[in-house]
Design a protein around this ligand. Structure first.
Ligand code: GLG
Length: 839
């Protein structure tokens, strides 16, 4: 073997130690890292030392692929997708990287030979919770698929020092604990302390005409911070492509303001450092709720400015000075409006800093950006008060005015005299308090706009972006979300993965449509028995976890009915609780009633400032307490709230579900992705016609899906006629009894006040129409229980669900983005014969 060690390099490593994949090599590399990176010998090493030694062993194999990918892209000047997202909810890296490297079994064996258990080491990893829920997790699935499809891509975001809080449950209430995910170091990132970019805030602008007669604007900021890059490789599944996730951390330009220091203002000097670092301290823990805080706008601008400056830097690296082809090198996807400020920032960089004429800059900008909308909820649509915006980003406000002026001029040509339309389309909301509407900025500045499920994309065109649709219908399309089968099947459900692969080979992991080959097996009794036994094993493991974690015993033979997602009134966790209380009431009425044993499992975090959501958590726990203690239910009903729902817990929960609860009010859940993970893992769905449920039902067949509830149109009609929830409550004796039981203090130790806000909301307003859907939900549930009693039938439906879920792979979604919006091609990465690249 030729030596790969560069001349003069004083190392005793051989190529194999860094890149080799045999069990023997992995074992040696692992011990080596324990020794030389962790500085430990086995007798004193902690589990975390072992975890880190293994992580570095795996990272070496990643870096080989990553550096080769980067070099190939650079050499070939590949067109690159940039995915801008304020959130990347990655979940733990180690297991996923082992799967994608194809090294899971080898490493498991290497650890076994070392006397260690891989599963225990995997459990050591603190998950990087840099996101709230679906939106951030979608970004992570898309990064996985981009790499797997060998598409050159960079993810740009924020390296929050504290990610989403950890949730503890005390006395039934949510308590938030700061997420110190970086406490023990992060072996998956490579800090780039030399890759720093300045970001300006505040101050004022002035203009002048330069000696060539050009109008120029100078922005004199009040504050400058710098963004430092932290790079994480994102490896594709069994390919050599490893893409870059570049997250930015804010720091002070100078650690000390020496002038202030010298004048004795020591605290003032340190303060500036703290203020700068605050920008990337913590993730805002609100899902679908804008808070309008200045620091949030700073975060958004901070990472967008870093990302765009970085792209320009990369563009220029290839020797091109003139930015006229920027949009040919990069295509930028805006993950919701959080990065929408990029539109104004790219204009500023091109016009002010690179002296490009406005028209040309605008052309490039619009060809560069595309915008994904993730919500129709009015409280989630970002708008910034004009004065806040102007004081933080004075130059951007001017640029936005100019974009808006030109845009409205065009609209005027098309719709002369239609002032109402102008008012509705304007980027500036002039009604009452004046605001910058970020969705409008994104829509005007992008060449493509998409929703995330068919229904949502349609509603988008009819409601929030209706006027934009009428103006430029060609910009609009739908891109139904997807999830990666690598994390959400291969890693989290090895039993089902093995069973499927035995029958149809392993192609389905990359081509999820291949699952269709399972269809004939739905009628195969032996296969169905194996299928059920895998599910049962997964349920047993979850039951064990529940026992260990919260001390409640649940029966793995009972129907596991699961509702995990962020807590939000529109997601209607409390509707499920009404159903649970209904069952409980039935058992109290007829203590000897024969009923399918059921376990209801809930999980999810509430935004810390969202009172109703927190009350719903308390409600679930209070109902669980009473029911689990009541001897009358015996083993027929159990209710569990799993604390701290996150990616890691999701990996345990989805494979163990019999029934997936997707019960949002129709028209409110843009897509959902948990619904896909459940169905892919063989759960049947009880759901409304909302978000991607509609398409899941279509794909798996209406007969394999439990549908209930009002449709969007029916709800509209209900509301038009004046929705009177109390009529529903009074019209259904059981529903009334359930509500009365809650009001009586039955679940709150006699306290009649505790849940009053919840019940009163339902009686009086019921914005999300729980009461209107209650009966249909309860009836539908009866059908679920009937089918569940026929285990053979249930298994058949479960197999058919999985067989028909191929569409919901994030690979399919990314292919659609590539074809319709990004126009990018795959680039093959070939590993060189030697590990170090010298050419
Ligand atoms: C949003 C929506 C979800 C959607 C997700 C990803 O609420 O329905 O699945 O984005 O598009 N804020 C979210 O999580």
């Amino acid at each position: 073997m030729t030596s790969l060690i560069p001349p003069g390099c004083p190392t005793v490593l051989t190529e194999d130690d860094r890149t080799g994949t045999s069990i023997e090599t992995l074992r040696r590399a692992f011990m080596d890292n324990l020794f030389f990176i962790q500085g430990r010998f086995p007798e004193v090493a902690t589990k975390n030392d072992y975890y880190l030694a293994l992580a570095y062993t795996v990272r070496d194999r990643l870096l080989l692929r990553w550096l080769n990918s980067a070099k190939t892209y650079r050499d070939q000047e590949s067109r690159t997708v940039c995915y801008l997202s304020a959130e990347f909810l990655l979940g733990p890296h180690l297991g996923n990287n082992l799967i994608n490297l194809g090294l899971y079994e080898a490493v498991e064996e290497a650890m076994r030979q070392t006397g260690l258990n891989l599963k225990e080491l995997l459990d050591q990893e603190e998950e990087p919770g840099l996101g709230n829920g679906g939106l951030g997790r979608l970004a992570a699935c898309y990064m996985d698929s981009l790499a797997t499809l060998e598409i050159p891509a960079i993810g740009y975001g924020i390296r929050y020092e504290y990610g989403i809080f950890d949730q503890e449950i005390r006395d039934g209430w949510q308590v938030e604990i700061t997420d110190k995910w970086l406490r023990y170091g992060n072996p998956w990132e490579i800090p780039r302390p030399e890759l720093i970019l300045p970001v300006k805030f505040g101050g004022h602008t002035y203009s002048y005409t330069d000696d060539q007669g050009r109008y120029r604007v100078i922005w004199e900021p009040h504050q400058v911070v710098q963004g430092v890059a932290y790079d994480t490789p994102i490896l594709g599944y069994k390919v050599n492509t490893a893409n870059l996730l570049r997250l930015w951390r804010a720091e002070a330009v100078e650690s000390f303001d020496f002038q202030a220091f010298n004048t004795g203002d020591y605290y003032g000097a340190v303060n500036q450092k703290i203020a700068s670092e605050n920008i990337t301290k913590v993730l805002y823990p609100n899902d679908e709720q804008l808070q309008g805080k200045e620091l949030r706008l700073m975060q958004e601008y901070f990472f967008c400015s870093c990302a765009l400056q970085d792209m320009i830097r990369l563009y220029k690296q290839s020797g091109k000075q003139d930015l006229s082809r920027f949009h040919e090198k990069f295509t930028v996807q805006l993950n919701d409006t959080h990065p929408a400020i990029s539109v104004a920032e790219l204009m500023r960089l091109l016009v002010d800093e690179h002296l490009m004429p406005w028209e040309q800059a605008w052309d490039i900008t619009r060809q560069t950006f595309a915008y994904t909308n993730h919500t129709l909820l009015p409280e989630a649509l970002e708008k910034w008060p004009l004065d806040l915006f102007g004081s933080l980003l004075p130059r951007h406000l001017q640029i936005i005015y100019e974009i808006n002026r030109r845009f409205l001029d065009e609209v005027r040509l098309q719709y002369p005299g239609d002032n109402d339309r102008l008012r509705r389309l304007s980027i500036i909301d002039e009604s009452g308090c004046r605001y910058v509407r970020m969705a409008h900025l994104a829509a005007v500045g992008s060449h493509a706009i998409n929703g995330v499920a068919v229904l949502h994309s349609e509603l988008l065109k009819q409601t929030v972006l209706r006027d934009f649709y009428e103006l430029t219908p060609e910009k609009f399309s739908n891109k139904t979300n997807g999830v990666t089968p690598r994390r959400w099947m291969v890693l989290s459900n090895p039993g089902l993965t093995r069973l499927i692969t035995e029958r149809i080979g392993e192609d389905w992991v990359k081509h999820l449509d291949q699952l269709r080959q399972l269809e004939p097996l739905a009628a195969d009794a032996e296969f169905a028995a194996q299928w059920r036994s895998v599910k049962h094993g997964n349920k047993e493991r979850l039951a064990q976890y529940i026992r260990d974690r919260i001390g409640v015993t649940v029966d793995p033979h009972s129907l596991f009915s699961i509702l995990v997602k962020r807590i939000h009134e529109y997601k209607r966790q409390h509707l499920c609780v009404l159903k649970v209380i209904t069952l409980y009431q039935m058992l109290r009425d007829q203590p000897h009633l024969e009923m399918v044993p059921q376990t209801f499992i809930f999980g999810g975090k509430a935004a810390p400032g969202y009172y109703m959501a927190k009350l719903i958590i308390k409600f679930i726990n209070s109902v669980a307490d009473v029911i689990n203690r009541d001897p009358v239910v015996r083993d027929r009903l159990r209710v569990v709230f799993l604390p701290n729902y996150n990616v890691t817990l999701g990996q345990r929960v989805y494979p163990a579900a019999d029934l997936s609860q997707q019960i949002s009010t129709a028209g409110y859940e843009a897509s959902g992705t948990g619904n896909m993970k459940f169905a892919l893992n063989g759960a049947l769905t009880i759901g409304t016609l909302d978000g991607a449920n509609v398409e899941i039902r279509e794909a798996v067949g209406a007969e394999n899906f439990f549908l209930f509830g009002h449709t969007v149109e029916q709800l509209q009609e209900l509301r038009c006629n004046g929705y009177r929830p109390w009529e529903f409550a009074n019209g259904h004796p059981m529903l009334k009894r359930v509500l009365d039981l809650i009001s009586s203090g039955y679940f709150s130790h006699g306290d009649t006040e505790l849940f009053r806000p919840l019940v009163e909301h339902l009686w009086q307003d019921d914005r999300y129409c729980l009461l209107a859907d209650y009966q249909s939900y309860v009836d539908c549930y009866q059908r679920v229980l009937q089918v569940y009693q026929d285990q053979a039938q249930w298994a058949k439906m479960s197999i058919l669900n999985v067989a028909r879920m191929g569409k919901f792979s994030s690979d399919r979604a990314i292919r659609e983005y590539c074809q319709d919006i990004w126009h990018v091609q795959p680039v093959k990465i070939v590993l060189p014969a030697t590990a170090y690249m010298t050419s």
